[in-house]
Ligand binder design. Structure first.
Ligand SMILES: Cc1cc2nc3c(=O)[nH]c(=O)nc-3n(C[C@H](O)[C@H](O)[C@H](O)COP(=O)(O)O)c2cc1C
Length: 276
């Protein structure tokens, strides 16, 4: 059992950092350090009142300029749940999660507020798109941490965006409202698995961006991750072959070498954003 936060931090990175050696492994920080996504859920419903409380927690997230440019759809209709389950047949958690939410970026409310004051909404911009996406993501992460604090497990689903017209039709999203990610929620059926993170040396910079240790730190991370949780399914093997030792960075490069959601930009432009 971890005694100190330093034990949990060592588990998170797969290397001892010494950080947190004087702080006991308890409370909110300990929970965050040990968190993981959950994709298998017990057959136990999430009480409606608890869900409403967690959504209020999500609405307590900070929001750019207090504009609150996000919304969420609680998908309850079994026919609509089926649409998403059929869209993502490889993700059984989408079909089985007791609660399924779709977090949205929302420029429409601001447009309606401007119209109410008979003012133009001179903000159908890339900046607004980013602000709305960030607001929505912060709300989702706040929901996630609140849910985990009461023993629930969650898993975000960005794969939902692979068919934007379908999602838009199903949830009747008007122009200016777009999905950021769905979120599966339920009581975990098992302990799940901790996922090792990149070493702070690659992510945390002081005073200036410095990736001079990229090669050495990445090689170390690949080795630790491979030993801890080898990636089971190799991507694009027809193009890149089957690697004997399939590392995290190999997986990342295969994914990023193949553009996802080519139609996303066009869809967003047709859906109310000028993105200037
Ligand atoms: C924006 C976002 C989208 C994600 N989309 C998916 C998804 O479509 N399917 C899935 O199974 N997991 C998805 N995840 C979960 C990530 O795979 C997971 O957070 C990551 O592997 C790290 O694991 P951990 O959360 O257990 O630490 C998503 C996470 C985020 C933040």
């Amino acid at each position: 059992m971890p005694q100190m936060l330093s034990d949990l931090i060592a588990q998170r990175f797969g290397i001892p950092t010494g950080v947190g050696a004087t702080l006991p492994a308890e409370g909110e920080l300990a929970r965050i350090l040990a968190r993981r996504s959950h994709r298998r859920y017990a057959e136990r419903p999430v009480p409606e009142e608890l869900l409403a409380v967690l959504l209020a927690c999500a609405q307590s997230a900070s929001a750019k300029s207090d504009l609150q440019q996000w919304s969420v759809v609680v998908v309850k209709d079994p026919a609509k749940r089926k649409v998403f389950a059929e869209l993502l047949p490889d993700m059984a958690h989408v079909a089985k999660a007791p609660v399924f939410l779709v977090f949205l970026g929302d420029m429409r409310r601001g447009q309606r507020i401007c119209a109410r004051y008979d003012r133009p909404h001179d903000s159908n911009t890339l900046d607004t798109f980013m602000n709305a996406a960030v607001d929505s993501a912060l709300a989702m992460q706040t929901f996630i941490l609140a849910a985990e604090a009461v023993g629930l497990g969650t898993c975000p689903i960005s794969q939902l965006r692979k068919d934007m017209p379908l999602v838009t039709r199903t949830l009747e999203l008007p122009p200016g409202v777009f999905p950021v990610a769905a979120l599966c929620v339920g009581y975990p059926a098992d302990a799940g698995r901790l996922s090792l993170r990149l070493p702070p040396a690659l992510v945390v910079h002081t005073d200036r961006y410095d990736d001079s240790r990229f090669e050495a730190e990445l090689a170390g991370y690949d080795a630790r991750r491979h030993a801890h949780t080898p990636i089971a399914k190799q991507m694009y093997t027809k193009t890149y072959g089957v690697a004997g030792r399939y590392t995290w960075s190999d997986n990342v490069s295969r994914r990023l070498a193949n553009r996802e959601r080519r139609d996303f930009g066009a869809f967003i432009r047709q859906h109310g954003f000028e993105l200037e």
